[in-house]
Design a protein around this ligand. Structure first.
Ligand SMILES: [Zn+2]
Length: 58
């Protein structure tokens, strides 16, 4: 069962649902440093810890 991921913006705190395939394709790629919030357009970094957590839950 493919599950989507919920991320909270570090700036405005708004939760965002990120589809499973986006997480797998982009978030696990080491060249991708983060994502832009859909609400405030601010940048949220994806740390190695987050990456590890995602990889563990795949
Ligand atoms: Zn935001």
């Amino acid at each position: 069962m493919e599950k989507d991921y919920l991320f909270f913006c570090n700036h405005c705190g708004l939760p965002q649902v990120i589809p499973n395939f986006i997480v797998k394709t982009y978030f696990l790629n080491r060249f991708v440093k983060g994502f832009y919030c859909k609400n405030c357009n601010d940048f949220n970094a994806i740390g190695n810890l987050t990456r590890e957590m995602i990889a563990r839950n795949l």
